[in-house]
Design a protein around this ligand. Sequence first.
Ligand SMILES: C[S@@+](CC[C@H](N)C(=O)[O-])C[C@H]1O[C@@H](n2cnc3c(N)ncnc32)[C@H](O)[C@@H]1O
Ligand SMILES: Nc1nc2[nH]cc(C(=O)O)c2c(=O)[nH]1
Ligand code: SF4
Ligand SMILES: [Mg+2]
Length: 222
Amino acid sequence: MNYPVNEVFETIQGEGTHTGVPAIFVRLQGCPVGCAWCDTKQTWEVLDENKVSAEQVIQVDGTIGRWADHTPQSLIHAFEQKGFTAKHVVITGGEPCLYDLIPLTLALHRLGFSSQIETSGTFEIQCADAAWVTVSPKINMKGGLKVLEQALNRANEIKHPVATEHHVEELDRLLEGIDCSNKTICLQPISQKSRATALAMRVCIERNWRLSIQTHKYLDID
Ligand SMILES: C[S@@+](CC[C@H](N)C(=O)[O-])C[C@H]1O[C@@H](n2cnc3c(N)ncnc32)[C@H](O)[C@@H]1O
Ligand SMILES: Nc1nc2[nH]cc(C(=O)O)c2c(=O)[nH]1
Ligand code: SF4
Ligand SMILES: [Mg+2]
């Protein structure tokens, strides 16, 4: 199975329940969802003219939508070549659930890595049972509500980006009928705005939800 990979890098997971965990990030290219505030717009298009060699994507370049084909084996080989020591692999994008992640997550688990998927819930989630799934629901976007409901049921964590009360109300409506007893619910302020952060903190305290801060942006790391 080939995956279009935009970048691979080792850092600290900056968001959600696993904040602070050393992690290898695999960012896949391609996302049709189109969030206005998306911080990785360079990953939206998979253009033939931006195809590069497999070696070139084993480092960060957040400016261009370059991508290369990788298999699970070539990715794991690259981790070894780079001397990465993290044992947690975050598969993000772009929208990683455009692709069947079962071969990749199974290959990682066989070698003792844990895996985590960052997804918008707009495509069917195909991954190993042991993968930790973070759904950051994108409402009223392309992709049906049926798929989103399946994604929310599969989620280990629901991490909702918020800027206004409207986003909290949207989440409330979305969670009606979903059993959240074994899920962590996080609010993540959009783009480090102080009003968004104040709103997220207040609602988290009221509801006993978790605050997810994009800590890597405050630390100025990848
Ligand atoms: C770039 S997305 C890639 C994965 C997937 N497409 C998704 O949306 O979950 C990774 C995470 O960053 C969040 N995100 C993107 N732009 C953001 C921003 N400007 N402020 C806060 N969170 C943001 C998304 O909601 C998601 O939780
Ligand atoms: N450090 C760090 N943590 C992250 N958590 C989710 C990220 C993402 O872009 O999906 C991300 C990222 O880009 N960097
Ligand atoms: S779904 Fe994720 S990658 Fe796609 S536009 Fe929205 S935040 Fe960006
Ligand atoms: Mg990011």
